[in-house]
Design a protein around this ligand. Structure first.
Ligand SMILES: Nc1ncnc2c1ncn2[C@@H]1O[C@H](COP(=O)(O)OP(=O)(O)OP(=O)(O)O)[C@@H](O)[C@H]1O
Ligand SMILES: [Mg+2]
Length: 322
């Protein structure tokens, strides 16, 4: 699936990328030396806990911010060299963004159509072409018949469809999506992910998506973890393995790569959340939290919404019942 544009050179290349923010007298290091590449046409998901640096990485790749140190290139462009107008041009034409929050994606007082035409207007595209392309894009995202509605008149899933059309308005090569389905119910989220997959094929997009949801990450070719500003385990093997499932005895069957990650844990905390089950390996030592994988399973109504730690090798469900 991931072609390499014939040169073998990655489309996205990050080397030792560091991002530090200065807040008053403090320095917050959000990214601690990221090494990361993507081939043209690839789709990669990044998962990780809040504050891990996921949005910081997306902001750098989209030219919204500059790294404190390291090298960063997208296509033939070295993002550190991009200044002023060239940087603005990169943001406008080469990359499309989809955020979780509708107010960041769409202007409330403009119709869906006029939201899609706006980036083209800023890029100097003529009116006829703007309207033609906007209608084509709204058609591609299944929103043509809602073209004249404002965001408030649309459902969350419909708003994200329009947001995707806006992101693609100037025909970018790269789509950066920060929790694009985070505010959606599961059915709408799956529809949006299906749509992203279709648009990827149709327009040859390279896609980097941040998500908390392993089911959404499964749409990507690769899933990487980001924690405390550092890239960690590549979960791709896990996503290609059997998905987690409850067996007939009520045991959770996890992919082998996930089990391997839990094996060293002294204890494992389980948290039932509406969006899925969180498994957290806890070490006996001081740094006792190892956030492993979020949202491994869809919420199941029959389970108690409570949190409990259990010991590995503890009693089986049969023993507990006896
Ligand atoms: N503009 C900023 N100024 C100062 N600190 C920031 C800024 N943006 C992010 N940070 C800090 O950098 C770290 C990484 O933040 P970032 O927003 O990249 O995390 P994230 O993984 O996207 O989290 P979330 O899942 O909550 O969106 C956090 O400690 C955050 O507080
Ligand atoms: Mg974020």
């Amino acid at each position: 699936m991931a072609s390499n544009n014939g040169t073998g050179k990655p489309y996205i290349h990050c080397k030792h990328v560091v991002k530090a923010y200065t807040v008053g007298d403090h320095e917050i290091v959000a990214l601690r030396g990221i090494d990361f590449s993507m081939q043209r046409g690839e789709m990669v998901a990044i998962v990780g806990p809040s504050g891990a640096g996921k949005s910081s990485l997306l902001n750098l790749l989209g030219g919204l911010d500059t790294p404190t140190a390291g090298q960063l290139s997208v296509g033939d462009l070295n993002l550190l060299d991009l200044k002023g107008r060239d940087r603005a041009d990169f943001r406008l034409r080469k990359v499309g963004f989809v955020w979780q929050q509708v107010e960041r994606n769409l202007l409330a007082h403009r119709s869906a159509l006029r939201n899609v035409t706006l980036p083209m207007m800023m890029a100097g595209v003529g009116m006829r072409e703007r309207n033609r392309r906007a209608r084509e894009l709204l058609d591609a995202v299944g929103m043509r018949e809602h073209a004249h509605k404002r965001p408030a008149q649309l459902s969350g899933g419909q708003q994200q469809r329009v947001a995707i059309a806006v992101a693609l308005a100037n025909q970018p090569d790269l789509l950066l999506a920060d929790e694009p389905t985070g505010a959606l119910d599961r059915q709408s989220a799956e529809q949006v992910m299906d749509l992203i997959g279709r648009l990827r094929a149709r327009y040859g997009l390279t896609i980097l998506m941040v998500t908390h949801d392993m089911q959404m990450a499964a749409y990507a070719d690769r899933t990487l973890t980001l924690r405390d500003g550092a890239l960690g385990q590549d979960l791709t093997a896990a996503s290609q393995d059997q998905p987690p499932a409850l067996d007939a005895d009520g045991r959770i069957q996890l992919p082998a790569a996930v089990r391997a990650h839990l094996d060293d844990a002294a204890r494992i905390a389980v948290e039932i959340r509406p969006e899925g089950v969180l498994l957290r390996a806890e070490q006996a030592s001081e740094d006792n939290t190892d956030l492993l994988l979020q949202d491994m399973l869809p919420g199941r109504n029959g389970l108690n919404r409570r949190r409990w730690p259990f010991r590995r090798g503890g009693r089986t469900s049969e023993e507990r019942q006896s």
